[in-house]
Design a protein around this ligand. Structure first.
Ligand code: AMP
Ligand code: MG
Length: 352
């Protein structure tokens, strides 16, 4: 249903808009909801414990902010980021506003913490694989191994970028920024700040299952379902005060070749090839940008390295579904997840 609605909006070229704002009340304080089509997904914002006029004010502000982020950080449509990438390719410095500089700073931090498994400078590789599109699955043969290796050999990294006097300088012309794996996370953080600035302290900003939730839903905590890549929900989480929940997966967006080989959209920057060992990775953290980048990095890390990334990023709450459908989780995640008793024994705990 949501997919077809998004598709309708995309096709109608409406871009981002507030779809509706309604009031739901079932014994709990009223809940105000609005939807925005942004970052290629439907973002649903639910506010609790505020008057309708305050909610309307919040939705207008969020619409404006989301629209700007969508436009300014787009990885392949014309805009601020495309201009920056064009200038880098020509060896020139580029202007950037404070928010983009902050996003770059978080991205650099995440690239270091994940040992380069998250790398927002591999835009050329992502483009080479044909993943700069909204139409999935991508079809046709995968790019040539020679072209992939040639781009990997240029070692693009966000750490090639220096910020001097408000300008970005890249020492590597192969750097092409693509914030697809962190932008939604940073966007929900910005939304959280914007809402707090308006006195909204109980809300969920849910971007297609990736979300930041804070405060409570009246007398009870917010509850969110963790999606099972094989269908349905893996379990339910109650949110403690203020948390971000992000899932990355290789099952929805991919390239499919003529002989039905699938190449998912998350690439291992070290090889230039798609990561295939993990079907989905879910991270709960205190900040959206961190949870978002970490979830992508965990898909790249695969089963052999996910513990390494979890430790380096000091993540307590991680859940992985491997390509065979087996679930792996940190002990804290297993404690937090509300599962049926039959589900619990099926989960492998990470080694201590
Ligand atoms: P996510 O859904 O958050 O995992 O982000 C996936 C998107 O991030 C892809 O569609 C690419 O645009 C981009 N991407 C793919 N692989 C990587 C990677 N290893 N590091 C950073 N960004 C990536
Ligand atoms: Mg991500």
């Amino acid at each position: 249903m949501i997919d077809s609605w998004c598709e309708y909006l995309k096709r109608a070229r409406l871009g981002l808009l507030v779809c509706f704002s309604l009031l739901i009340s079932c014994g709990e304080p009223p809940l105000h909801k609005a939807e925005f089509y942004v970052f290629g997904t439907l973002v649903e914002v639910s506010l609790s414990g505020v008057e309708e006029s305050r909610a309307d004010q919040a939705f207008s502000l969020l619409q404006e902010r989301f629209q700007a982020m969508h436009r300014d950080w787009h990885a392949w449509e014309p805009g601020k980021l495309a201009n920056i990438n064009e200038r880098f390719a020509r060896g020139m410095a580029a202007e950037a506003d404070a928010e983009l500089v902050q996003l770059l700073g978080f991205s650099q931090k995440a690239e270091i913490l994940t040992g380069g498994r998250f790398n927002p400078a591999i835009g050329k590789l992502i483009g080479l694989w044909g993943f700069h599109t909204s139409d999935f699955p991508v079809t046709g043969p995968s790019p040539s191994a020679v072209d992939i290796a040639a781009l990997v050999a240029l070692h693009p990294s966000s750490l090639d970028i220096e910020i001097r006097a408000g300008q970005l300088h890249s020492s590597n012309r192969a750097v092409q920024l693509d914030f697809g794996a962190i932008a939604k996370g940073f966007a929900v953080d910005i939304a959280r700040e914007a809402l707090a600035g308006l006195g909204v302290h109980d809300a969920i900003v849910n971007a297609g299952g990736d979300l930041r939730a804070f405060g409570s839903r009246g007398t009870r905590p917010w509850r969110v379902a963790i999606r099972n890549p094989l269908g349905g929900a893996l379990g339910v989480l109650e949110i403690n005060q203020d948390e971000a929940v992000f899932t990355s997966g290789n099952y929805e967006r991919y390239r499919e070749t003529e002989n039905h080989d699938r190449f998912p959209h998350i690439l291992d920057p070290r090889t230039g090839w798609p990561a295939r060992q993990v079907m989905s990775a879910t991270v709960v953290a205190n900040e959206g940008w961190l949870a978002d980048a970490a979830a992508t990095a965990l898909v790249v890390a695969g089963l052999s390295e996910w513990n390494e990334v979890t430790d380096a990023m000091e993540l307590d709450l991680v859940l992985i579904v491997d390509e065979a459908g087996q679930i792996h989780a940190t002990p804290a995640m297993l404690d937090r997840l509300l599962l049926s008793e039959t589900q619990k024994p099926a989960i492998t705990l990470r080694r201590q």
